[in-house]
Design a protein around this ligand. Structure first.
Ligand code: EPZ
Length: 434
């Protein structure tokens, strides 16, 4: 069991390179199952969620080859059955994309329900509604999902999403690529990783149009061949380093980003008194003055991302005055607030709202990473706290941040990994990030 030990007080200086987008990669890997042929994927983030999904495909008979530090070739031609290893599926939320890709490739899927949840209820009813509309019989029973296309192949359909869902949009998009006829998804999510997954599918011969708008149209094709794709930079990883500089102070050039994807994060930081300069594929963040308060409401893209909410809460703990965060995507994403309170934070969280009274400084304390982004928030809090912060349960952080400790050290953070002997695993620790 690893923990991070963070000694606060160092401002951050230098350059940091952002990896491929986690939430694109975790859909692209299952989507590779749709191809007869080799898929070459570049800029793959080196995170444990990616390793787990690759190992699921390998166990199903895929050949996976690492051909460069972040370049992988996946060949699923040899996968002959629509059953994924249930124990691994339960450990990762994004395993739900295997439902869409197995249905698209084999006309049926037997999967475990994607893993438990760590910030409230995370239903998949919109995914099921979508594939049912495309003619699949779906049964959810005893922790499993059984789905079968009526006549061996899905039919195109017009689907109006009741709720804007990233996962359901991508799952339906993947399944629809080989359906009979045209599928139209209305009220689709518009996140950059949806465009990225659509581009990957199109590189395999799919005909997906309109990704990135609220109407995605997919004209089904007979089958998909191998493809090649370079994953976009991770918007949330970049935003997390922006938040870290805002909290700790200093000046850092964040490289390999698409500045447009960071617009709302940059706008909020400017409002808080942080200087931001955008270049073609990098962004400079500089904080020399005290932080000003701000209000934040999280929303689907292009709104402020929910996956940046905990990190900004940590930053706002040190801003002058009272800030209010309203969570507009998830029902319960404030479990981490109790951990920040251990460091002296003045936060009242109730339902979807958190009210933060800015204080002079946080104080280091032993805290836990309740989930991936909450874990990042604890590290950010530790970077600017007085004294030492020990962050436990860092396996959550490692699901989604590539070499978090190494990258922070390179920009001057005092952070180290300590390995302690394993304790018996509790079921709760198996719960899911992503
Ligand atoms: C994705 O989760 C991301 N995970 C999450 O990132 C992210 O927080 C979320 O999108 C929103 O941006 C992955 O991509 C693996 P949703 P997803 O379906 O797809 C409700 C991180 O930290 N809903 O867009 O599961 C749901 O309850 C993670 O990187 C339904 O009601 O999220 C929520 O309120 C955490 N029925 C809202 O929609 C459904 O069938 C948005 O969820 C599906 C979702």
């Amino acid at each position: 069991m690893d923990k991070y030990v963070v000694r606060g007080g160092n401002p951050l200086f230098g350059e940091v390179e952002i990896g491929g987008a986690k939430n694109a990669a975790v859909a692209i890997i299952p989507a590779a199952l749709m191809a007869n042929g080799v898929c070459r994927i570049e800029n793959m983030p080196r995170i444990s969620d990616v390793d787990l999904l690759l190992s699921i495909l390998k166990q199903m008979g895929a050949k996976v080859r690492m051909v460069g530090k972040t370049i992988f070739e996946i060949d699923c031609t040899g996968v002959k059955h629509s059953k994924a290893p249930f124990d691994k599926m339960r450990r990762i939320r994004a395993s739900y994309y295997l439902i869409g890709s197995m249905l698209g490739r084999f006309g049926n899927a037997k999967t475990a329900m994607p893993g438990g949840c760590n910030f409230g209820v995370r239903p998949i009813d919109q995914h099921i509604r979508g594939i049912s509309a495309m003619g699949a019989g779906v049964e959810v029973k005893g922790g499993f999902v059984y789905a079968e296309a009526n006549h061996g192949r899905l039919d195109g359909a017009r689907i109006y999403m009741d709720k804007v869902s990233v996962g359901a949009t991508m799952n339906i998009m993947i399944a629809a690529t080989t359906a009979n006829g045209r599928t139209v998804i209305e009220n689709a999510a518009k996140e950059p990783h949806i465009v990225d997954v659509a581009n990957f599918l199109n590189s395999m011969g799919a005909d997906v149009r309109g990704a990135g708008t609220d109407t995605v149209k997919i004209n089904g094709v007979a089958d998909l061949h191998g493809g090649a794709h370079c994953i976009i930079p991770d918007q949330i990883e970049a935003g997390t380093y922006m938040a870290a500089v805002a909290a700790a102070g200093g000046e850092v050039l964040i490289k390999n980003v698409i500045p447009k994807h960071l617009d709302c994060i940059a706008a909020k930081l400017r409002e808080m008194g942080v200087e931001i300069k955008e270049y073609e594929d990098s962004i400079l963040v500089k904080r020399t003055r005290p932080l000003r308060r701000a209000n934040i409401k999280t929303l689907p893209y292009p709104g402020f991302p929910t996956d940046m909410q905990p990190q900004f809460c940590a930053v706002l703990c040190m801003a002058s005055g009272t800030s209010v965060i309203t969570e507009g995507v998830w029902d319960n994403r404030y479990r981490y607030v109790n951990e920040l309170k251990k460091m002296g934070a003045q936060i009242q969280a109730d339902g979807k709202t958190a009210v933060i009274e800015g204080i002079e400084s946080l104080t280091g304390a032993p805290v836990a990473a309740c989930d991936l982004r909450a874990g990042a928030a604890m590290v950010i809090a530790g970077l600017c706290a007085r004294g030492t912060t020990e962050v436990e349960d860092v396996s959550y952080i490692e699901r989604g941040y590539e070499d978090f400790v190494g990258k922070l050290k390179c920009i001057g953070a005092d952070i180290a990994v300590i390995t302690e002997p394993d304790e018996p695993k509790s079921t709760d620790k198996e719960a899911i990030a992503g």
